[in-house]
Each structure stands twice: as structure tokens, then as C-alpha cells.
Design a protein around this ligand. Structure first.
Ligand code: ADP
Length: 626
């Protein structure tokens, strides 16, 4: 018999598959069982349109048998089987999924949702087997075919006999090596636990031969061993079970089985609502965002079942945008079965469920924030930005609902804090909630603008996300305390004696400031004595609605609205540099021009703004040196 080669890409993929895609060998069983379940579903689909065919669930099953001596594990199903061509196409070409093609042609109906779609699962068998023999008889065919392969070397296909329609897969389990043991995959208890772990909710019985001991007739205390077929899986969907019966691991498995994500969920909510609207739901808060989460491609939504029957894979109406990261499903008896996608949007029941779910998610997040801060921080790290967008979007319509979920880094606590925590710590005399913006915490820490507020001992929130300042502008205030940037003109801090004196003195320097402003015409709106600087000679601040940080963000937008902040150059009158400015104002205007330009550029650099002419800037530095 001629041995056929796998296609070139397939060969490489197969090696990858066996060595690296899956970290756990045991999942081969999940993959094969899912394929069998899909194969039975396909008969069900066929029966929907074929009058000759009837589908009685009682006739269909998946079975595992072990032959320890022969080192063989056999998986049999009564599914639709494969023709010669299908064996060739589906098993000869890796990463080709017959099930995905099938799924595209047949829309999911009545909960018989086909699982397979990647076209790689089958090959996981080679993680535990050094030879795989598939004997399959397709529905409507008399003849069966046998496909056999020892891995990357290729495969053979030959005619075979099989009494019943379906597929039988024999795994020739590998011998133990120094590093790995494969014997476990020939142990009944081990296989049983793998089935329970991954495939408990498969809708068809998964049977297994079990050795049972029965009392020996006529011989007291002695037993006979008998082989009996037992059903291993419980078949009942997890959401129909009682919460008390389920463990965290059960929910995590469900999450993985459903392909909600590759991560482990941070938290789950299991709802069994019996009020105005009756539904069951399991919701998950993932740990990490999917790669496309913050892109337009990302599609939010929950799986929607009507009475256990899947109607929609991603029902977007069930989730508000700001909770778009939530994964899970809803099963409701209140939805009528023949509901169409269009009608769903207007379904009153659905709206009620959505509102209900939103509240549940909110309270779940709040309790996580309260009881497990570490987890909540992880969550916020991953999805906090989405919540901030939520505050900002729709003209701030959802801000009341979301503001308590927000967290920002605190200058004094050195960690993320809630607004409530901030406000409850505010000293009597502190008027505003202060924040400072910048690229990183470390850079904000060094911003000269923060000096005065920090000196006062006030807490400052550090904003490093583009959206932060916009979200806060939408919030305006929290618990009647307004937000205020440390760079803003009015910090609401009463001047002390020293400052009052400064102010009086600064009046005498007005001419100098006017001169500098003239020199920087078009670049700054004014030059003035700073109230917030302590050790730095200069900094930039802004007047009006648009902050320097906002200008930076807006200038990066594709349709750059060209909004500019009204910049103010603030000068520290206690700095030695100021004395130089003063003396050159009196004696050497050329020097003053040079110093003014230099200081302005320094202020730009500190702000993280580009300087207009770096070459000119370095020339100026050299001029000062010689
Ligand atoms: P996937 O299940 O992701 O499609 P697999 O590599 O597991 O990928 O399987 C490839 C294809 O082989 C399936 O899509 C299906 O068409 C076919 N197949 C696999 N196992 C069976 C089976 N037990 N009965 C019928 N067809 C099967």
C-alpha cells in the first residue's frame, strides 16, 4: 500500500502540534470526544431536512474501551462517519476543518452547536499515541475505510469493514519514556476523570466499560468480576445545576470548553433569576483582554439560549459597551423559540435581562474591589480603560454607574485607589481632587508642577491613560469635590505669608515678564511668577479648558482638530536663575533673549513636548558655555 505524505505545511504543523500547542497531554480526549459529538450532531442536522432519516437521541453515544495488554485505547461513535474523500481531506490536511465548513453551511440550531472549527484537534492524538487507526463508515455508505498514520511520516487509506455507521478510532498508546508516562491513558479511573473534567456536558452519553464486582453465587464473601457499561458524563448543562454543586474548577472548565478565552477567568457570576423575568446565566470576568479587545474588530456579546437551545452566539444587546469584556451565556424560558434576530432587539424580556445582568456585573465588580483588591487591580489593569471610555461616552450618561469602579494611582499611597478612598482622606482645608498627567508614573513624580500640591501634603492622582483626563472632565466632580489639574491656574490653595510677599514683589517684575512674553509671542499666552514651583526654575501650565496633555492627545488623532492649549510659562522667582534674568533685563537684553528661549525650551522638554528646533537649542546651550 502506497503511503501518502501529509501536505508540507501539515507536516510542520503536526510536529508543532505534538510538541507545543497543548501543554497538557490529557486534552487529546476532549478533542476526540468533541469531534464525535459534532459527528452525531451532524446526523441530527441531516435529519432535519431528510424525511428518510429520523433522529432518536437514545440511539447515539460515544464509547471508550481499554485494552491494557495491547496498549490500545478505542473511541467509538455513532456519528455521521467519513467517506474516503472526507478521511483524505479532513485527516490528511491538517488545519482543515470539515466541521467549520459544515458550520458555515448550516446555521446552529436547537443547541446542536458544532464545536470543531480549527482543524487541529484530531492530531492531538499523536501526543499520546504513536499510531492512530481510524475506521469510519459514512452515513448512507455500505463500505468503510481505514485511515492509519504513525505521525509525520504520512498515512494510508484502505477499504475496510464496519458493521455500523460511525467512526472508530484506535490509539496505540506510546510506551513510557524516561520523562513521560503514558500508562495513565490506559487506566479507567484516569480516563473517567478526564471525561468529567472536560466533557461532562457533552449532550450524548459517553460510555465506558467498567469492572464491577458482584457477589459470587453460593460463595459467601467472594466476588465475581464483571464488565459493565457505565455512562461517565452527566450531560446536564452546567447552568442548570445548583451553584452549591459546582466548584471553581467546574466554571473554569466551562469557560475553556466554550472557548470564551485562553486565560483563566478572574471571577464568575451564576444567576438563577425567578422574578419578573426567568433566566439562568453564567458570566465571566476574564483575566486578560483578547488580542483584539481594544480594536474595532472586537465583537461583544453573550451566548443566548432559549430554553436550552442556542439562538445566538453573540447577543450584543445583552451587554453595555463598558462591560463588553464580559463573557458567558444566558438561557431563558421567557424568550419565544421562533424569535428572529431583528425582533430580539425589541424584545422587552431581553431588555429586562440585560438590565438585570448589568447590575449583577456591577455588584460583582464592586465586591471584588472591596474583598479582593489584588484581583480587582488585575481586572482594572486589563479592562479599566474600557470603564473610563464608558464614563466619557454618551455625554457622560453612565458616569454615576461607573465612577465608583474607577481607580487611579495615588502619589501618597503609591498604588491604585478609588475616588471614594481619596475623598475620604482629604484634609479639611483641601478644596479639590488633584491630578497630574504624564506618560509614566515615574515621569509624573518628577513634574515640577506637582511640587506645591505635594508640599502641602495633598494626595495627587496620576493619569497615564489618554482617556483619563477626558473621563474626569466628564465627571466634573466626585462627592461634590471638583477635579483640578496640578497645572491649572487656580489650585484653590490659600497663599501663605511668603507667597503674599512674593506676589507683591512680582508686581515689580511685571516689565520683565512682559518683555519675556513679547520674546515668546505666539508660543505662550503669558509669563508669570509661579506659585507652585519649589526647586525647578520654570514650568508650563495652561489657562482655559484645554490642558497641555489634552493638546498632545488631540494632536495624535487621525483628524487632528488642531486644538491648542493656552500655555503659560511660569518662573520660579526664588531660583538663582531668576536673579540672572533680572540682571540681564537691566544690562544685557541679548542675554535675556537667549535665557528666555532656553528656559522655554526646557519647559517644553519637561512637559514631554517636542522642541521646535533642537539644533538651535543646542547652539544656544553652547553659547551659554563659552
Ligand atoms: P476540528 O474538529 O477543529 O474541525 P479536527 O482536526 O479535530 O478539527 O477534525 C478535522 C475534521 O475531521 C473535522 O472537522 C471533521 O469533519 C472530521 N472528523 C474528525 N473526527 C471525526 C469523527 N469522529 N466523525 C466524523 N468526522 C470527524
Amino acid at each position: 500500500m502506497e503511503k501518502k505524505q501529509f501536505q508540507a505545511e501539515s507536516k510542520r504543523l503536526l510536529e508543532m502540534m505534538i510538541n507545543s500547542i497543548y501543554t497538557q497531554k490529557e486534552i487529546f480526549l476532549r478533542e476526540l470526544i468533541s469531534n464525535s459529538s459534532d459527528a452525531i450532531d451532524k446526523i441530527y442536522y441531516r435529519a432535519l431536512t431528510d424525511d428518510q432519516l429520523s433522529f432518536d437521541p437514545a440511539d447515539y453515544y460515544i464509547k471508550l474501551s481499554i485494552d491494557k495488554e495491547g496498549r490500545k485505547l478505542t473511541l467509538t461513535d455513532t456519528g455521521i462517519g467519513m467517506t474516503r474523500e472526507e478521511l483524505e481531506n479532513n485527516l490528511g490536511v491538517i488545519a482543515k476543518s470539515g466541521s467549520l465548513a459544515f458550520k458555515k453551511e448550516n446555521e446552529a440550531k436547537d443547541g446542536h452547536d458544532i464545536i470543531g472549527q480549527f482543524g487541529v484537534g484530531f492530531y492531538s492524538a499523536f501526543m499520546v499515541a504513536d499510531r492512530v487507526t481510524v475506521t469510519s463508515r459514512a452515513l448512507g455508505e455500505e463500505l468503510a475505510y481505514r485511515w492509519e498514520s504513525e505521525g509525520a511520516e504520512g498515512y494510508i487509506i484502505e477499504p475496510a469493514e464496519k458493521a455500523e455507521v460511525g467512526t472508530e478510532i484506535v490509539l496505540h498508546i506510546k510506551n513510557n519514556t524516561e520523562d513521560d508516562s503514558y500508562d495513565e491513558f490506559l487506566e479507567e479511573y484516569r480516563l473517567r476523570s478526564i471525561v468529567k473534567k472536560y466533557s461532562d456536558f457533552i449532550r450524548y452519553p459517553i460510555k465506558m466499560d467498567a469492572v464491577v464486582r458482584v457477589p459470587k453465587e453460593g460463595a459467601e464473601g467472594e466476588f465475581d468480576e464483571k464488565i459493565e457499561e457505565e455512562q461517565v458524563n452527566s450531560m446536564v448543562p452546567i447552568w442548570r445545576k445548583n451553584k452549591s454543586e459546582l466548584t471553581d474548577a467546574d466554571y473554569e472548565n466551562f469557560y475553556a470548553e466554550k472557548h470564551y478565552g485562553f486565560d483563566k477567568p478572574l471571577a464568575h457570576v451564576h444567576i438563577n433569576a425567578d422574578g419578573a423575568v426567568v433566566y439562568r446565566s453564567i458570566l465571566f470576568i476574564p483575566e486578560t483582554p483578547p488580542y483584539d479587545f481594544y480594536s474595532r474588530e472586537y465583537e461583544k456579546g453573550l451566548e443566548l439560549y432559549a430554553n436550552g437551545v442556542l439562538i445566538m452566539n453573540k447577543c450584543a444587546d445583552l451587554l453595555p459597551d463598558y462591560f463588553s469584556f464580559v463573557k458567558g451565556m444566558v438561557d431563558s424560558e421567557s424568550l419565544s423559540l421562533n424569535i428572529s434576530r431583528e425582533m430580539l432587539q425589541h424584545d422587552r424580556q431581553l431588555k429586562l435581562i440585560a438590565k438585570n445582568i448589568e447590575n449583577k456585573i456591577k455588584s460583582q465588580l464592586k465586591s471584588l474591589q472591596k474583598d479582593d483588591r489584588e484581583k480587582y487591580e488585575k481586572f482594572f489593569e486589563a479592562f479599566g480603560r474600557q470603564l473610563k471610555y464608558g464614563v466619557y461616552s454618551d455625554y457622560g450618561m453612565h458616569k454615576d454607574a461607573l465612577q465608583d469602579l474607577l481607580m487611579f494611582y495615588s502619589s501618597t499611597e503609591k498604588k491604585l485607589v478609588t475616588l471614594d478612598e481619596y475623598v475620604s482622606r482629604m484634609p479639611e482645608d483641601q478644596k479639590y481632587i488633584y491630578y497630574a498627567t504624564g506618560a509614566t508614573y515615574a515621569r509624573i513624580e518628577k513634574l515640577p508642577q506637582t511640587e506645591m500640591v505635594a508640599d502641602k501634603g495633598y494626595e495627587i492622582l496620576y493619569f497615564i491613560d489618554d482617556i483619563d483626563e477626558f473621563a474626569v472632565k466628564m465627571l466634573l466632580s466626585y462627592k461634590e469635590k471638583e477635579f483640578r489639574s496640578v497645572s491649572s491656574g487656580d489650585l484653590g490653595i490659600e497663599p501663605d505669608e511668603q507667597e503674599k510677599q512674593d506676589e507683591a514683589e512680582a508686581a515689580g517684575d511685571q516689565e520683565l515678564f512682559d518683555y519675556m512674553k513679547e520674546r515668546l509671542a505666539g508660543k505662550v499666552a503669558s509669563v508669570r511668577a509661579s506659585k507652585r514651583l519649589r526647586s525647578h526654575p520654570v514650568c508650563l501650565s495652561s489657562e482655559g479648558e484645554v490642558s497641555i496633555e489634552m493638546e498632545k492627545i488631540l494632536s495624535m488623532m487621525p483628524d487632528n482638530p488642531n486644538v491648542k492649549a493656552q500655555k503659560v510659562l511660569e518662573v520660579n522667582v526664588h531660583h538663582d536663575v531668576f536673579a540672572s534674568l533680572k540682571s540681564s533685563f537691566e544690562g544685557d537684553k541679548e542675554k535675556l533673549d537667549l535665557y528666555t528661549d532656553l528656559l522655554y525650551n526646557q519647559a517644553l522638554l519637561i512637559e514631554g513636548l517636542p522642541i521646535e528646533d533642537p539644533v538651535e537649542f543646542t547652539n544656544m546651550m553652547c553659547k551659554v558655555m563659552v
